[in-house]
Design a protein around this ligand. Structure first.
Ligand code: IVH
Length: 693
């Protein structure tokens, strides 16, 4: 570029007086922001990275020497802002609404029929629509005053969210300053999304470092945007796509509004189409759907909007969604690949699960190599598996939301009967013990095949240790699955109590383990010793003793001694504990090796801290809460824990006794029931506000 060769370097600037420095800084900021926009939004770079970096460094140097001239829209200010102490509330001046859903063509046709009915005589002969991808991200409002970005609000409950401007400033596709002639006040709405490739890389790194991976890109975006330290967001590949305006921009049609947003420097959806009539809409939705697997970010549907703003105004809103728009949800993506092998995985309680290992394939933007085949019955009898799986089969794989991908069906190719069927092993693939079948005559599809050699089976020992260290049990920070494998392989641990005997020398001697990480791990192990009794109990991995049972047992018996002494009858006095659980507990505690392990944990300082005696405290004492749907940033378990910590009780079904329902995306019958009973409905944000001190 010609400007780059300007004979006005930073050294000359010193001599040319402060006006010239200021002018140079101004020029650099505008020019760098222009290149940023060209590169990140328009995908039409005019200069290469090296030239960009040179200008950037020049600006950094000038700003460091002349801090008074630092501009808030300087690209150097995207990164390196100071961490904030907490997130401030952000009030939406115009509420952020949601969209009604359609799941098939029929429902879309009904949408148009409704439009016609509502508009009556004023309905046009043909409706014009805009069809856009529906980003599977996090809703966000950006506020500009006098052209400067001054706030960035999450959706929250639609009325009040949180201001996360410190993180949104780091997103390259968010303009820090709008061009000359921009509206004096502008609020732009859109979606923050996490780049898929960056997502995969980040999760690999997290797993390697013993952190739990994010479930999906949407959760990763939500988790990143709420960080207090902007350095975290600056290092992650977030993007912002604008799709509507709150205040400040008006246009006669949605299509023109999108053009205005582009003119203000925003990135908008690339596959947007204008269509006349619902048939054209269906084609456009199919066309977007066909691109779904090739996009660098996740979309979960298409949004159909009536183009004319006059018609939008005439149609108005119903409760919390506009009547003039609808979201079409695509079915979970299915792709084909080839089955390379079936592995048999031994879980914590010895259950053997068949796992398909396949040629890598992209499903919904994520590379998949493994998928569950559930159990033997499914593997052999599932009709879609065409008489049983055979290595080399072409298989259809589906990834539905957060769940592990599964093999939906086998393609019945000619000649596949020449290849041998995959059979379930009779011996444990890990320790060779003879496997035991637990058949359920009423529900044959639920057959369980188990290795009975619990303590002698390495696979079960490893899985048990991973469970013990996991977040909902002892929550040992830095002790991820890979490290457990490494420690077991090095014969440093076999039981949970071995973890507390690890030394700095042992840990630092491991491959890829720096001394600092080793010290940190010893710190987290030490800290975990004071986890409450119920967590330790859950962590022991006793069959049928899940989180809820562990909690009920802990609050009934108070401590480990009383629990160990309890008869099966006494155990069954606990709400929710039947003969099966009672038997499992008494068998576990009467096994000598297990009793010895409890003693060893105690000797290592694990406290089995009693919690029952404390009177419940917190803002939700006496409240019964039900959780439904997918919450934006938390798993349901996490939300339940939050409620319990605040003194509330979590139950599974909505009744007149329910104090409120916490509902996330895709909430179904529970939401309907809550509404019909007049039970108040909150979203995650409102729940958090309620429990925060
Ligand atoms: S327009 C009145 N367009 O979907 C609501 N929303 O259920 C106007 N979303 O959280 C929203 N992609 O952030 C619109 N192309 C798109 C969208 C989109 C994703 C999100 C939106 C909101 C949710 C609505």
């Amino acid at each position: 570029m010609s400007q780059i060769g300007l004979d006005f370097g930073s050294s000359n600037a010193q001599e040319s007086g402060t006006d010239a420095v200021r002018a140079r800084i101004d020029w650099l900021v505008v020019e760098l922001n222009r290149h940023n926009h060209l590169y990140h939004v328009l995908d039409a770079a005019e200069i290469d990275d090296q030239d960009y970096d040179r200008l950037f460094r020049e600006l950094e140097t000038l700003e460091a020497d002349h801090p008074a001239f630092l501009r808030s829209d300087s690209p150097t200010q995207r990164v390196g802002g100071a961490p904030v102490d907490g997130l401030e509330k952000f009030e939406h001046r115009v509420p952020m609404l949601s969209l009604a859903n359609a799941f098939d063509d029929e429902e879309l046709r009904e949408f148009e029929t409704r439009l016609r009915r509502m508009l009556g005589d004023t309905a046009p002969d043909h409706f014009d629509y805009i069809v856009e991808p529906k980003f599977d991200g996090l809703a966000m409002e950006l506020v500009y005053e006098g052209g400067d970005l001054v706030a960035a609000g999450t959706r929250g409950d639609g009325y009040v969210g949180e201001n996360v401007i410190h993180n949104m400033r780091t997103v390259r596709t968010v303009p820090l300053r709008l061009p000359e002639g921009c509206p004096p006040y502008l609020s732009v709405r859109g979606e923050v999304i996490f780049d898929l490739e960056g997502f995969a890389t980040m999760n690999h790194r997290r797993e390697r470092d013993g952190q739990s991976p994010f479930k999906n890109p949407r959760n990763a975006a939500a988790g990143t945007v709420r960080q207090l330290d902007p350095a975290v967001a600056a290092g992650r590949p977030l993007q912002f796509f604008a799709h509507s305006a709150g205040e400040g921009l008006t246009a006669p049609s949605h299509g023109e509004l999108i053009n205005h947003l582009k003119a203000q420097g925003f990135q908008t959806a690339s596959l947007t189409q204008r269509c006349t009539g619902i048939d054209a809409v269906l084609d456009a939705i199919a066309a977007i759907g066909a691109h779904r697997n090739t996009l660098p970010y996740e979309i979960d549907g298409a949004v159909v909007k009536v183009d004319s703003v006059a018609l939008q105004e005439a149609l108005g809103f119903v409760t919390r969604s506009p009547r003039w728009a609808i979201a079409f949800k695509y079915p979970a993506p299915v792709v084909e690949t080839r089955l390379l092998e079936v592995a048999f995985q031994v879980g914590r309680t010895g259950v053997v699960t068949p796992v398909a290992i396949m040629e890598p394939v992209m499903v919904g933007g994520v590379t998949v190599t493994h998928a569950t085949l559930h159990n033997e019955h499914q593997m052999v009898r599932k009709p879609e598996y065409c008489g049983g799986l055979r290595v080399g089969d072409r298989v259809q794989v589906k990834r539905a939301g957060d769940v592990i991908p599964r093999v939906e069906a086998v393609v019945d190719e000619v000649g596949r009967d020449q290849r041998a069927k995959v059979t379930f092993p009779v011996e444990c693939p890990d320790c060779d013990a003879e496997l035991v079948r637990e058949e359920n005559p009423k529900e044959p599809e639920k057959v369980i095949i188990r290795c009975p050699n619990n303590l002698g089976c390495q696979a079960q020992v490893e899985a048990g240790l991973k469970h013990f260290a996991s977040r909902l049990a002892m929550d040992i920070d830095g002790l991820g699955d890979k490290l457990v494998d490494q420690l077991v392989a090095a014969q440093l641990i076999r039981t949970p109590s071995d973890l507390y005997r690890l030394t700095l020398v042992q840990l630092a001697g491991l491959e890829r383990m720096a001394e600092k990480s080793a010290t940190n791990l010893l710190g987290s192990l030490n800290e975990s010793k004071s986890r409450p009794f119920e967590r330790v109990l859950f962590g022991l991995g006793i069959r049928h003793v899940g989180e809820a049972v562990a909690r009920d047992l802990a609050s009934h018996f108070g401590g480990i001694d009383a629990l160990m002494e309890a008869s099966e009858e006494a155990l069954q006095a606990v709400d929710g504990v039947g003969p099966e659980i009672a038997n499992s507990l008494s068998r576990w505690f009467s096994t000598e090796a297990n009793a010895a392990e409890i003693a060893a944990l105690r000797a290592q300082g694990v406290e089995f801290r009693e919690t029952a005696s404390q009177a419940p405290k917190g803002p939700l004492v006496g409240k019964t809460v039900v959780i439904t749907g997918t919450l934006p940033t938390m798993g349901r378990k996490e939300a339940a824990e939050l409620i319990r910590e605040a003194g509330g009780k979590v139950t599974g079904s909505v009744s007149a006794k329910t104090d409120f329902l916490v509902a996330g995306a895709a909430a179904g019958s529970k939401l309907a029931k809550a509404i019909s009973l007049g039970v108040p409905v909150l979203d995650e944000e409102a729940l958090k506000a309620m429990v925060s001190p």
